[in-house]
Design a protein around this ligand. Structure first.
Ligand code: G4P
Length: 532
C-alpha cells in the first residue's frame, strides 16, 4: 500500500462541512476557525449575509444585487499541525442541491445550533443527508451569550428529531446576560466567558481564563444561586448522558456536544480540538466494484460539484474533485471513467475564500478544482486507469418547482439545449411532463430559478420567465417489476415527467396525493434520491 509519508499526510487531514439553519452562526464559526487557524487575520473576510465582503465570484448581477455568494468554496487551514479542509455549504437563499451533495464529500460534519431556537427545519433536512453515509457529527450550541432554551431541552430535541445520542463535552453556566462560561467535562476545567471576567479576580489562571471546579472564589464569582444550580445540573447530566465513545461517534450514532458563543470566539477552540482528536482522517469510499481506501497508491477521486463562471475573466466551468486515494501531482495522467478518455491534468487548483491557487500536490480528503469544458459531470470518477465508479453521490429530489415560459416561442429548441447544459451543473433539474410539451424546473432552493433566468439571458441570449405550477413534492419512481411500472405510468400520466437523464419522476400536487398513491401501489418505490 502506501509509504510512511503518504500515511502521515492522511493522518494530518480532516475534511468537514458545517450544517446549520440560516442565522445559527455558520459564517461566524467559520470565520473564528479561520482566525484560530491563522488563515485570515481579521474578521469580515468571509462572506457575511448581505455584507458583500466575500465577493470574489460576484460576476453575476444577481449576486451583486443581493450581496450573496451563489458559489461554494473550499477552505484549507492548519490547526495544531492538522490540515483542515472545510467545505462551505451554501446556506441562505443560495441553498441548493449542491448543499446536500457537499455533505457526501466530507468525512465529518459540524452541526451548529442557535441556543435560542433549537432544532430548525433546515437542520433536519441536512441531517437526513448525513444519514445516507452515517457521517460523524460534532454539535456546537451557539449564542449562549443570549437568552437560550434550557440546554437539556436542546439536547432532547437533538435526540428526538435527529436521532443522535448526545454526550455533552462542555456544559454552560447560565446564558444571556448571566452567561459565565462553560465547564469542560473532559479536561475538568471551568472556562470563563471573557466578556464577563472581572480583571481583578484572582482565581483564574491569568492567560487562559480557566479554573478548577473546586476553586473557592468561583462561587463568589458566579453567584451563590447560580453555583448551586450549576452543580445540580452537573450531577444530573453526568448521570443522564452517556460517556463519549469514539466508535459510536465514528458510526454516526453519538454526537459530542459543545456550548459557546461564536461571536465571542468562545468555545470554537474546543470544537477544533475535538475535530483533530476525534474526527476521522480521510475515509474509504465505495465504488460499484470495491471499496477504495485512502492508503492506496493510485489516485482516485469523484466529482461532487460543477461550478460555472467562478471567474468573470475566464467564464469557465470548474469541476470539484474529492480525492479518495493516492496523490495528485501536477501533470498526472488520469482516466475519466465514464467517457473512457485519458487526460493530463497540470493546472488543478485549490481554494481559499474565493481565491484559487495552482496546486502541486494533493492527498485524500483534499478537494481540487479541474477545468471542465463540458465533458465532466457530477458523480464522475477519475482513476489512474481502473474502471470503477464511485457510488453515493446522488441527485436529490427537487423541493421547489416552476414552469418556464419563453418570451419568444421560436427559441424552444435553444432553450431545451441550454437548460440541459445548465442542469449538468447539478443545481437545477429539467423535468418534462409526459402529457404535454412544457418544461418544468425543479430545484432545492428558489434562488436557483433566478440564477437560471439570469444565465439564460446573459450566456444564451434567451428571454424567459416563470409560471407557477401545481407541484408540491417529487419522487423518482422505480419497481422491480417492469409491468407494474408500465401500468403505474399509464394510469398516472398527468403526474409523471422525465428528468434530464430520462428517469421517471412522480410530481405530486400535495403530500396527501403522494401518500394515497404510495398506498395504492405497494410495488412501486418512491425515491428521494437517485444515483447519478
Ligand atoms: P449564518 O452564516 O449561519 O447564517 O449565521 P451568521 O454567522 O451570519 O450569524 C447570524 C447572526 O448571528 C449575525 O448577526 C451574527 O453576528 C450573529 N451571531 C453569530 N454567532 C453569535 C453569537 O455567538 N452570539 C450572538 N449574540 N450573535 C451571534 P447579524 O446581526 O445578522 O449580522 P452581522 O451584522 O453581525 O454580520
Amino acid at each position: 500500500m502506501c509509504n510512511v509519508h503518504h500515511q502521515l499526510e492522511l493522518q494530518k487531514r480532516r475534511t468537514f462541512a458545517i450544517i446549520s439553519h440560516p442565522d445559527a452562526g455558520k459564517t461566524t464559526v467559520t470565520e473564528k476557525m479561520l482566525l484560530l487557524g491563522k488563515a485570515i487575520r481579521t474578521t469580515g473576510t468571509i462572506k457575511g449575509r448581505g455584507n458583500g465582503k466575500y465577493a470574489k465570484s460576484d460576476w453575476m448581477n444577481i449576486e451583486k444585487r443581493r450581496g450573496i455568494s451563489v458559489t461554494t468554496s473550499v477552505m484549507q487551514f492548519t490547526y495544531k499541525n492538522i490540515l483542515i479542509n472545510l467545505l462551505d455549504t451554501p446556506g441562505h437563499e443560495d441553498f441548493s442541491e449542491d448543499t446536500y451533495r457537499i455533505l457526501t464529500a466530507v468525512d465529518c460534519c459540524l452541526l451548529v445550533i442557535d441556543a435560542a431556537k433549537g432544532i430548525e427545519e433546515r437542520t433536519k433536512k441536512l441531517m437526513n443527508v448525513t444519514r445516507l453515509h452515517n457521517t460523524p457529527i460534532i454539535t456546537f450550541i451557539n449564542k449562549l451569550d443570549r437568552d437560550s432554551l434550557e440546554p437539556i431541552e436542546i439536547l432532547d430535541e437533538i435526540e428526538k428529531y435527529l436521532k443522535l445520542n448526545c454526550t455533552p463535552i462542555t456544559w454552560p453556566i447560565s446564558c444571556g446576560k448571566s452567561f459565565k462560561g462553560i465547564y469542560h467535562l473532559h479536561d475538568k476545567m471551568i472556562h470563563l466567558y471573557k466578556k464577563n471576567i472581572i480583571k481583578k479576580s484572582n482565581f483564574f489562571h491569568s492567560k487562559s481564563f480557566c479554573c478548577f471546579l473546586n476553586e473557592p472564589s468561583l462561587k463568589e464569582y458566579i453567584g451563590r444561586d447560580l453555583n448551586i444550580q450549576f452543580h445540580e445540573e452537573l450531577k444530573l447530566i453526568t448521570h443522564v448522558y452517556p460517556e463519549f465513545i469514539k466508535k459510536k461517534f465514528l458510526k454516526g450514532y453519538m454526537t459530542p456536544v459543545f456550548f459557546g458563543s461564536a461571536l465571542g470566539n468562545f468555545g470554537i477552540n474546543h470544537i477544533l480540538e475535538s475535530l483533530i482528536k476525534w474526527a476521522p482522517s480521510p475515509v474509504y469510499r465505495q465504488t460499484n466494484i470495491r471499496k477504495v481506501k485512502p492508503e492506496e497508491k493510485k489516485l482516485t477521486g469523484f466529482i461532487f460539484k460543477i461550478q460555472a463562471n467562478m471567474d468573470l475573466k475566464h467564464r469557465d466551468r470548474i469541476a470539484f474533485m474529492r480525492i479518495v486515494s493516492g496523490k495528485y501531482k501536477k501533470g498526472i495522467k488520469l482516466r475519466h471513467v465514464r467517457t473512457k478518455k485519458n487526460i493530463t491534468i497540470s493546472d488543478a487548483f485549490s481554494f481559499l475564500a474565493g481565491d484559487r491557487f495552482i496546486v502541486e500536490k494533493a492527498y485524500p480528503g483534499d478537494v481540487i478544482g479541474i477545468h471542465n469544458h463540458g465533458t465532466i459531470k457530477i458523480g464522475d470518477t477519475f482513476t489512474e486507469g481502473e474502471d470503477i465508479q464511485f457510488v453515493g453521490i446522488p441527485s436529490f429530489a427537487p423541493e421547489v418547482f416552476r414552469g418556464i415560459v419563453l418570451k419568444n416561442p421560436l427559441q424552444q429548441k435553444k432553450l431545451k439545449k441550454s437548460l440541459f447544459q445548465l442542469s449538468e451543473e447539478g443545481a437545477i433539474q429539467v423535468l418534462r411532463p409526459m402529457i404535454n410539451n412544457s418544461i418544468i424546473l425543479g430545484a432545492i432552493g428558489v434562488l436557483q430559478f433566478d440564477v437560471v433566468i439570469e444565465r439564460l439571458n446573459i450566456e444564451y441570449k434567451i428571454d424567459a420567465t416563470y409560471r407557477k405550477v401545481d407541484i408540491f413534492i417529487a419522487r423518482w419512481i422505480r419497481s422491480e417489476n417492469k409491468k407494474s411500472i408500465f401500468e403505474f405510468v399509464n394510469k398516472n400520466k398527468s403526474y409523471i415527467a422525465l428528468d434530464s437523464f430520462n428517469q421517471l419522476i412522480y410530481l405530486a400536487p400535495n403530500k396527501a396525493n403522494l401518500n394515497i398513491t404510495k398506498n395504492l401501489y405497494n410495488d412501486i418505490f418512491f425515491d428521494k434520491t437517485r444515483e447519478q
